[in-house]
Design a protein around this ligand. Structure first.
Ligand code: SF4
Length: 112
């Protein structure tokens, strides 16, 4: 993994932040490693660990809402799914993330 050291640092940085919000890293280790590496690449190339699963608009106001962990900006949506959009984080009590589908906010009647 090319960005292994930074991925590990992001993991340590994020764990307490999402823990305070009632989330934890997905138990799907392979997915977590993949997403963290993508974030390390985005941080290096774009200046911040942007979400690998959401589109940047290049409007700062919007793009700051998709810097990981973006949970505070999308709380109602993510709480309804019990996972974040990428699935990097899940609610603390989740043991099988495969049971949690990715559902658009609009389908849940939530403003994303
Ligand atoms: S959806 Fe998940 S992985 Fe993507 S930025 Fe938000 S918290 Fe991070």
């Amino acid at each position: 993994m090319a960005h292994e050291a930074r991925s590990a640092a992001l993991r340590e940085l994020f764990a307490p932040l999402v823990g305070a919000l009632g989330y934890k890293f997905t138990p799907d280790q392979e997915l977590a490693d993949f997403l963290l590496e993508q974030e390390a690449v985005l941080e290096e190339t774009k200046g911040a660990p942007y979400c690998p699963c959401q589109v940047r608009t290049h409007r700062r106001e919007h793009d700051m809402t998709i810097v990981c962990p973006c949970i505070p900006y999308h709380r109602a949506h993510f709480d309804a799914m019990r996972r974040c959009w990428c699935g990097l984080f899940v609610h603390r009590d989740v043991t099988d993330p495969g049971d949690l589908p990715q559902i658009a906010a609009s389908e849940l009647g939530i403003e994303g």
